[in-house]
Design a binder for this molecule. Structure first.
Ligand SMILES: Nc1ncnc2c1ncn2[C@@H]1O[C@H](COP(=O)(O)OP(=O)(O)OP(=O)(O)O)[C@@H](O)[C@H]1O
Length: 479
């Protein structure tokens, strides 16, 4: 028979749990304070402990630490109220097996969690995490930091809380958002991604909330927004830090009340969409600079997941490079020298940059040799120097300014008699190509009042290409 320890100062909750577990045939021990816990702790071994995070004389986290240190075989579940959810996340980081929110409105779920833990299925969960990560295209088998991150993401995924993902560009924020969606009960519902930095304020609001017919000039027909389309699924708000203050206010309202209105509409719409947002900047800093609302940040980052940059998990580089080769469908290998160089480079553009380097190497490789060697790698990698990705992002209205600046910079390099960094020149050309594509799409989207289908038609490109040009990386996937 399993021994259960319940640590909670709320006697009503304690009695309820005692009854619940006794009914299931377990031996139940109650502690109403840290002092009670210490008295009971040495008396016998426990199989499972449910710990409230807030106790009158101690913190549930200290109790958790004691249990993990002195009784590692005891499974632990932390109990929280809404205001203490952030602490629960710390508890998971400290090794708690799970957390549950009070009041318990889904007893079947509680029962399942407990049965799962008592049946010692922890290792099965680890296999599930790795398997799901693989399915979502996340390669990482060697990095402890990523393993911890994925475990935390997996554990919080089924909970009804918003998640903020922070990470440098190209670290895999969208992949992680998708992983969270897949690991949640929302899995059968849509997963929709939207890049808040790629659209003007009006277009972003219309995209998010939809608009009514005649809401603004050119809004010829009504349109559903992504909150409506995502329904009970997950909405991935990429580059949330780029949303204007006015849009932030509207998002805050949705998060606080679950309600919003279409642009130009009066009827209140309800939503139950889960929000996973992402940022490459530190939003706490943006709050200090008054570029981001503190109350919105508080709502968005109930859980903050920080993806480490690739240079902080060098042990994954070779593995990811091999995965990218496999994905490219070519029978090509990295030789040892090339792999070592990849491992030593700083990767300011992270996995996306690694992917570009691998694609380039495949394209210039000697036909039939089947091996990538250092000579197929860009100079920046050979010299161990990282060429920082340019962050020039022209706003549509300053497009001419951007073009002028770009031309001046290029002429300066051209007229410079010293050594020329050709990689830098080519990178500048890529920036130009990307920004021209984006500027044209934005211009036409303005003319079509956000109607993407029509904009794609006018530009004679596919919807996929249009999303790509907006840096939304292809079709939003509906799972
Ligand atoms: N761990 C990984 N294993 C394999 N591929 C990865 C991994 N992380 C990222 N990628 C790949 O790198 C590219 C960038 O990933 P993703 O778009 O998720 O990054 P991001 O952080 O959202 O980028 P951005 O900040 O530019 O929006 C994608 O092609 C993705 O498939």
């Amino acid at each position: 028979m399993a021994n259960i320890l319940i640590v909670d100062d709320d006697r009503e909750v304690g009695n309820f749990l005692r009854y619940f577990f006794k009914e299931k045939g377990f031996e139940v021990h109650m502690a109403y304070s840290g002092q009670d816990f210490r008295r009971l702790f040495g008396q016998q071994a426990y199989h499972l402990a449910l710990i409230d995070v807030k106790l009158p004389d101690t913190s549930g986290l200290d109790i958790l630490k004691d249990l993990s240190a002195h009784m590692p075989s005891c499974k632990t579940i932390v109990m929280t109220g809404y205001s203490t959810v952030k602490v629960a996340v710390d508890a998971i980081k400290l090794g708690a097996n799970d957390f549950i929110e009070k009041p318990f409105d889904d007893l079947d779920d509680l029962e399942r969690t407990i049965d799962h833990l008592l049946a010692n299925k922890a290792t099965a969960a680890e296999t599930d995490i790795q398997g799901l990560a693989k399915e979502c295209g996340i390669v990482t088998e060697k990095s402890d930091a990523m393993a911890r991150l994925l475990t935390l993401a997996y554990k919080i995924a089924p909970k009804n809380i918003n998640v903020l993902i922070q990470g440098e560009t190209g670290t895999g924020k969208e992949l992680l958002a998708h992983f969270i969606h897949r690991a949640s009960q929302r899995n059968g519902q849509p997963f929709i991604g939207i890049n808040c930095g790629a659209l003007t304020e009006t277009l972003l609001e219309s995209e998010l909330f939809g608009h009514e017919k005649g809401a603004f000039t050119g809004a010829a027909k009504e349109r559903r927004g992504v909150f409506e389309i995502a329904g009970k699924g997950t909405l991935f708000l990429d580059e949330i830090g780029e949303a204007s203050i006015s849009t932030q206010v509207k998002l805050l309202r949705v998060l606080e009340t679950g309600e919003y209105m279409r642009v130009g509409g009066e009827a209140v719409q309800k939503t139950n969409t889960r929000i996973v947002s992402a940022t490459h900047v530190d939003l706490a800093e943006a709050v200090t600079n008054r570029a981001f609302r503190e109350d919105l940040l508080y709502r968005l980052d109930v859980v903050k997941l920080v993806i480490p940059p690739l240079r902080e998990r060098r042990e994954d580089i070779r593995l990811i490079a091999e995965h990218l080769l496999e994905k490219a469908g070519v029978a090509v290998q990295l030789n040892e020298a090339a792999a070592t160089l990849l491992e030593q480079y700083e990767w300011p553009g992270n996995v996306r940059e690694l992917s570009n380097v691998i694609k380039r190497a495949i394209s210039i490789m000697d036909e039939g040799s089947g091996v990538i060697t250092p000579k197929h790698l860009p100079k920046k990698i050979l010299s161990g120097k990282s060429l920082l990705i340019e962050k020039v992002k022209p706003k549509e209205e300053s497009f001419e300014e951007f073009l002028k600046q770009w031309t001046e910079d290029m002429l300066e390099i051209w007229n410079n008699e010293g050594k020329v960094e050709m990689e830098m020149v080519l990178n500048k050309v890529k920036v130009l190509e990307r920004e021209i594509g984006r500027a044209f799409v934005m211009k036409v989207l303005k003319e079509t009042v956000g109607d993407r289908q029509e904009a794609a038609g006018r530009l004679n490109i596919s919807m996929r290409k249009l999303r790509y040009l907006l840096n939304e990386k292809g079709q939003p996937s509906i799972k």
